[in-house]
Write a protein that binds this ligand. Structure first.
Ligand SMILES: Nc1ncnc2c1ncn2[C@@H]1O[C@H](COP(=O)(O)OP(=O)(O)OP(=O)(O)O)[C@@H](O)[C@H]1O
Length: 431
C-alpha cells in the first residue's frame, strides 16, 4: 500500500466532495506539540531563554523556581540545556533517575521542587554530551512526555542557549505559556535580545520580560552600584520592544556561593521578586483575594476605586513619597481598568501631597519609602497605603489588584540611605 493511499484513506471526509487542497495545508502550532506524560498535569510552562550561553540562565531558572516554591506552588524544572546541564548541581542533586511503569521519576529537591536533567541519566556527571541536534531535541521531548511530573503548577524550562535549531524544536514541542529573556550587560544586548524577541514572536509565545544578570557590583563599604561592564542598555531595549525589565541582578558572591555550594534553596535576595510576581499574576494558577472583595461585597461590580502610584521617569515606583512629583492614577471599576492618567505635583512635602491625593479622591496609595508622619496623614484622610513597592508601576498595581501586595500601617524606610541596614533609633521614620 502506498504512503499516499494510506494518508488519503485516513481522512474521514469524502474527498470527492471536498474542495480543500490537503497538500497545501499549513501545520498549526498544535501539530508540533508533544503529549505530556498521561499521569501528569502541568498548569503553566515558563521558558527561560538567552541569546547565548554563559549569562547565568541556569541560576535565574533555579532561583525563580525557588521563589515560586516559597510562594507555595508545586514547581518543576525541565533542564532542556542538554549539553550544559547545571540545574542539578545548584540544588545538590547527584542521584540517578529511577522509573516505574508510569514513567521516569524526576529528582526532588529538599523543598520539593521536581527536576529532570540529562545529568540524572548520565553514568557520571562529567560525561560530556556529544549528541547531534535531533537527539538533543528528542531527549527534551522525552523529558516532557515520559517523566512522571504528576501535579506541577509552574514548570520552568531552562532552554538551550541561542536561537538555533535545537531551541526552535524545543519551543515547538512544549506548550510554553511565557518566556523570560536573560541577558547580561557585556553582550551585544540589542542584537541578541532582538533575535530572541523575534524568535518568540515568530513562535507566537508571549514574552514576560527581560532580566539582566551581572548587572552591577555593589560596593561593600558605600553601597554604590558599579557597572563593571559599562553602561547597561537593558532599559532602552526594553522600551524598544515595550517589554518590562523584571530584574537587574548584581554580581554577588552570595549567589556564586549558593550555586557552587549546591544550596540555591537557601539563597536570600529580592532581585527576582518582581519576576516571580509577574509570573504569578500573568499566569495565574490559583485564585487570590481580589481588591474588590476588600472594598465592598455589596456593590462589588459598581464600586470604583482610585489608586495612586508614585512614579519616576521610567514608570517605576518612586521611592521617596515626600519628594514625589508625579503619580500614576488608575481608576478601576470591578475588575476593569477604566482610566490611567498622570497627576503632577511639585513634590513639596508630604502634607501637601496628602491634600492633593485627598482632593483627587484617591482610595489607595502605592509607594516605596514613606515615613510615619505621611502614613498618619494618609490614614486620617481614609487612604489605604501600600508601602515598600518596587518596580514597574503597572505591574505593581496589577499585583495589588490581584491580592499579592497588601496594605500596611507601618512606615517603610527605603527612602533613607541606610546602606541596607535596619532602620536605626536615630531615624525619624517612626515618629
Ligand atoms: N549574579 C551572579 N553573581 C555571582 N555569580 C553568579 C551570578 N549569576 C551566575 N553566577 C555564577 O556563574 C556561574 C555560571 O552560572 P550559570 O550556571 O547559571 O550560568 P551558565 O551555565 O554559565 O550560563 P547559561 O546557563 O546561561 O548557559 C555559576 O557558578 C553561578 O554561581
Amino acid at each position: 500500500m502506498s504512503e499516499t493511499f494510506e494518508s488519503q484513506s485516513s481522512c474521514s471526509s469524502d474527498c470527492g466532495s471536498c474542495s480543500a487542497n490537503c497538500s497545501s495545508r499549513q501545520p498549526s502550532k498544535e501539530d508540533f506539540l508533544v503529549p505530556l506524560n498521561p499521569y501528569s498535569k502541568v498548569k503553566k510552562v515558563i521558558g527561560i531563554v538567552s541569546g547565548k550561553g554563559g549569562v547565568g540562565k541556569s541560576f535565574i531558572t533555579s532561583y525563580l523556581s525557588v521563589l515560586m516554591n516559597r510562594k507555595g506552588y508545586n514547581t518543576g524544572i525541565l533542564d532542556a540545556d542538554i549539553t550544559g546541564p547545571s540545574i542539578p548541581k545548584a540544588f545538590g542533586i547527584h542521584s540517578k533517575a529511577a522509573g516505574n511503569e508510569l514513567g521516569i521519576l524526576p529528582a526532588v529537591t529538599k523543598n520539593g521542587i521536581k527536576v529532570m536533567s540529562v545529568n540524572l541519566l548520565l553514568e557520571t556527571e562529567d560525561t560530556p554530551v556529544i549528541w547531534r541536534g535531533p537527539v538533543i531535541a528528542g531527549t527534551v521531548k522525552q523529558f516532557w512526555s515520559e517523566v512522571l511530573w504528576e501535579d506541577v503548577d509552574y514548570m520552568f524550562v531552562d532552554m538551550p542557549p541561542g536561537t538555533g535549531d535545537v531551541p526552535l524544536t524545543v519551543f515547538q514541542s512544549l506548550p510554553v505559556d511565557g518566556l523570560i529573556i536573560v541577558t547580561s550587560p557585556q553582550e551585544l544586548v540589542s542584537m541578541i535580545v532582538s533575535k530572541a524577541v523575534n524568535m518568540a514572536n515568530a513562535m507566537d509565545i508571549p514574552i514576560l520580560g527581560l532580566i539582566e544578570n551581572y548587572s552591577y557590583i555593589k560596593c561593600g563599604n558605600c553601597g554604590e552600584k558599579i557597572s563593571v561592564f559599562g553602561t547597561s542598555h537593558i532599559d532602552e531595549i526594553a522600551n524598544k520592544y515595550d517589554l518590562p525589565v523584571l530584574g537587574k541582578v548584581p554580581i554577588d558572591p552570595a549567589i556564586a556561593a549558593a550555586i557552587d555550594g549546591e544550596k540555591v534553596e537557601e539563597l536570600k535576595g529580592e532581585w527576582l521578586d518582581l519576576a516571580a510576581e509577574t509570573i504569578e499574576i500573568v499566569h495565574k494558577v490559583r485564585e487570590n483575594t481580589s481588591v474588590s472583595e476588600k472594598i465592598s461585597a455589596a456593590d462589588e461590580k459598581a464600586a470604583t476605586i482610585k489608586i495612586a502610584v508614585t512614579v519616576d521617569e521610567n514608570n517605576d515606583v518612586f521611592q521617596h513619597f515626600g519628594k514625589s512629583d508625579k503619580f500614576n492614577l488608575y481608576e478601576i471599576r470591578g475588575e476593569e481598568l477604566i482610566s490611567k492618567t498622570t497627576l503632577n505635583s511639585n513634590g513639596s512635602g508630604h502634607s501637601e501631597l496628602v491634600t492633593l491625593l485627598t482632593d483627587q479622591k484617591v482610595n489607595v496609595l502605592i509607594c516605596g519609602g514613606i515615613g510615619m508622619g505621611a502614613m498618619e496623614g494618609l490614614m486620617d484622610a481614609g487612604i489605604l497605603v501600600v508601602p515598600g513597592a518596587k518596580g514597574d508601576a503597572d505591574v505593581v498595581t496589577a499585583a495589588y489588584l490581584d491580592g499579592s501586595l497588601a496594605e500596611s500601617t507601618e512606615p517603610n524606610c527605603d527612602h533613607h540611605d541606610h546602606n541596607e541596614e535596619a532602620c536605626s533609633s536615630e531615624c525619624k521614620c517612626h515618629e
